[in-house]
Design a protein around this ligand. Sequence first.
Ligand code: C2O
Ligand code: CU
Length: 465
Amino acid sequence: MPISRRTLLKGCSIAATAYGTGLALPAARRAFAGAPAELVAHEGSALLAAGRPTGAVMTYGLGGAGDGVPPVLRMRKGEEFAARLVNRLQEPTTVHWHGLRIANAMDGVPEMTQPYVYPGDSFDYRFTPPDAGTFWYHPHCNTLTQMGRGLTGVLVVEDPADPVFDAEIVLNLRDFRLGGDGQFIAPFKPRDAARSGTFGTVRTTNWQSEPVYDAPAGGLVRVRIAATDVTRVYRLGLEGAGAMVIALDGNPLAAPFPLDLCDVGPGQRMDIVLRMPASEGMVATLSNVKGSAPWTVARFRAVGADKKRSLRDVGALPANPIPVADLKAAEIIPLEFTATAEHGARESICGSLGYTFWAINRVAWPGDTADGVAPLAELKLGKSYVFRVANRTPHAHPIHLHGMSFHIVASNQPRLLGHATDTILLQPDETADLALVADNPGAWMLHCHIIEHQKTGMSSYVTVT
Ligand code: C2O
Ligand code: CU
């Protein structure tokens, strides 16, 4: 039965209920293997739609080729992670670790933080993630093609202090733009790029259609959801089980709340704990209810004897050490997101869509590099700032900042405030205040995560010195 439409408080429904103490279950965790991983970007084929395999798919393999969905990379908060990107594509690439507050040289932006990694070359990434949670990784070169063809993977940063649940399931949500023959078609239509973006034709979860996952009956399951699509904003709801939202965009909620409907835009993540149905064989369904007809994202099937857990046992996760801005001392930096009529698209090593539709503070990002583009702001290391972001368009834009997380402290629209994130799904005509401490030196991209918007001008950067 489809989920009915309910009134939605933008960016998740919130109940005022406070929930109890942390869940105390036996800790049985496998040790993290700290050896440097080889992350091989390569082409292949995959069965994405019914019928025949799709060619020219791009994916990552860990320690070799490997087909299908990019591996879930697991690392630990406060422990060094090392990976060698090996480029076996026929074009340059890089890896950006979305949401990780790490050193600028590891951020994966060609020409800004590192050289292009050409075919046959490799690049060593090495960093220590400061925050636990659900993050993701993707290239920062020719992204509409490279991400569109498959290069979007989920990244999990574990915290030894995390509560242990009866099961954990990772969901990588995205579309592929395939024709009737199952092969890739043009990644975008210019008239859609100038609006809310061009949608894929085949919807997948972990590169499958409507997958079913088994989990212990009556158990508590942590589901880590990452929206890695280049365009789609999901509105997620669950039927057949109750669930609590425990983290958004990698950062734990101080007060988890019951999941009703939640918008998750490109680049964003949502961690929920769902309480499986009590009897074996019963199914809970996660659906997307945005758009005309609701459709199934994933199903969870209860197996085994009833574990008799309760959502009341779900407490808050340990907080991440995100610095809190001093709002009294903070300098306000206005950032306006608009359409533009100027045409400035420049040929680029990382691909150009050939159009300019969007701008930040009236300037459209022209190509790969910052050549001729001044930073939006030159931030002083250690100082507090408020980015006063204004969406002057009738479309939602998931605005992402690299290298630093911010707290959303005000908005002219109803939304959850006070939460830390790296990506805000800015609603049409929304104005919001994003407070941050400029604690990470370097040049940091700020852009829309609807990749067509990013690649047709809605991109820029700030510096911290
Ligand atoms: Cu998810 Cu500039 O990145
Ligand atoms: Cu956008």
